[in-house]
Write a protein of this length. Sequence first.
Length: 437
Amino acid sequence: MSKPVVAIVGRQNVGKSTLLNRLVGERLAIVADLPGTTRDRILVDVSWRGAGFTLVDTGGIEVKPDCPVARRVRQQVEVAIAEADVIIFLVDVRDGVVPSDLEIADMLRSSSKPVIVAANKADNAKLEAEAVEFYELGMGEPVAISAYHGRATAELMDRVISLLPALSPVEPEPDIMKVAIVGRPNVGKSMLVNAILGRERAIVDRAPGTTRDALDTLFDFGGQNVLLIDTAGVRRRGRLGVGVERYSVIRALRAINRCDVGVLVVDASELLTAQDMHIAGYIQEATKGVVLVVNKWDLVQGGSTTDCDRYIRSELKFMSYAPILYASAKFGHGVDGIMPRVCEVYRERHKRLTTAVVNSVVQQAVAAHGLPRSGSNRLKILYATQAEVNPPTFVFFVNDASLLHFSYRRYLENKLRQSFGFAGTPFRLIFKTRGES
């Protein structure tokens, strides 16, 4: 691994996510005053005094987990510990040393990794003095901090970088294709991620809302670096809860903004709901590529993909370019076809056309369908060119952009798509009046 890894571990509700947000300088991890908020590992690259490393926030460790999700959280934490070069063991100075802290300390000692004990919530000098109690853990001098107020977090970071291993030279990374798995809660997004990766990376549970934060997984697919983002389920606006769920929705939408291609997962037993349509709209508005995956196809008895295709196309008229795939993440059916199609959409988003080729198609389109007019003024398209890729962006220089009607814009878009493809991706059409910068 080119960058060292620093994992923040500890029992529930000691402030791990608050510490990550403080160290990173922006709100990346969900923070709420209830135990068990962070369930999966959250990874982010940070830099301190010129030293870069990957910071990992983990779910709260339950020494004796009594439910399947808690047991899997513990497994995820164990993975984070195994991957880490340095561990920040976060404890709560207000609680003092509790039995679970002692048991977690034993777990960390067996890892043979450098450990820094950070006594959190030391919001004043009196509480800071009480941090000496954590010498009892036998892991060296504790650092008294307040993640919320930022007290002594700089000293903590200095301790961290003093323990980091020397960095090996890093070769420039090739382009990374960013793919976000999005959809309503409980449509099987995390299970689909695991099926694509062929190993468990995200916690999978049948209770909706298990995945709350966006999770990044970097892997290689046929020589292409892929960043796979598993996101929390997006709920209807009217059903947004307070706290954790509301932040999860924001994060899912941010994941759409971050990605190149969004994999919109829908439930085969329900097909398109109003919320599926809303998420598709978010992807469209963000001008991202899209692959629509109808998951849980094994639940449909004697279903016809032709009929389903027809129904989806009739409902998603604004996204007629989206390829539709049918899969069962649970049984692995159809999963192998997802990433090849995503890569195809990604390639289409990077397709670049010469100005001559674009103008030839535009001239043919104009000849076949008269340009709009207002009174005696008629729209004239002087020339068109492709200005950007990812997303494909076409600029039309015209005599008067105010004469353009949305129906003619759609007509031109359809002609470009018929001629050049651009499967799975929307594109931008920009109309500039002659003389505009």
